[in-house]
Design a protein around this ligand. Structure first.
Ligand code: BTN
Length: 149
């Protein structure tokens, strides 16, 4: 029993340290996706709301690409356990389209943050007969752009 006490102490400290070391995924910052698109997400407010900007690398149009605003929402329930689900909308400044993204912010096995998303891109069509071809769907994976500091 006397020898068991230091062992339990070591176990307790190890578990405690592990608990403290669990890294959380934060949406705030600069991200790049598999297409080479960049986005910047600002601070997430108390309600989970956030805003940012999106610089797409590609377009379904022939228009000149411009940086576009995004508005989003992150789940704040305690059950998210540091890997929150979120959604955001990009209201394209240079086209008639809207894209909605939904995803989850993960920390991978190396401690690297990664955003796994799916999106729907709604284009404007001239009339209801063309509605069938107005929506594209896809996935994007974002990794954090490292700051120079
Ligand atoms: C448009 O072409 O009308 C607006 C730009 C759409 C860019 C799409 S949104 C989904 C996908 N992910 C990106 O980073 N860019 C494309």
């Amino acid at each position: 029993m006397v020898q068991a006490t230091p062992l339990l102490l070591v176990l307790f400290l190890a578990l405690g340290a592990h608990g403290l070391a669990v890294k959380k995924c934060s949406l705030t910052g600069r991200w790049i996706n598999d297409l080479g698109s960049n986005m910047t997400i600002g601070a997430v407010n108390a309600n989970g709301g956030f805003a940012g900007s999106y610089h797409t690398a590609v377009t379904a149009t022939t228009n000149e690409i411009k940086v576009s605003p995004l508005q989003g929402s992150m789940q704040k329930s305690p059950n998210q356990k540091g890997q929150p689900t979120f959604g955001f909308t990009v209201n394209w400044s240079f086209s008639d389209s809207i894209t909605v993204f939904t995803g989850q912010c993960f920390v991978d096995e190396y401690g690297k943050e990664i955003l796994k998303t799916m999106w729907l891109l709604r284009s404007r069509v001239e009339n209801i007969k063309n509605d069938w071809k107005a929506t594209r769907v896809g996935i994007n994976v974002f990794t954090r752009l490292q700051s120079l500091e």
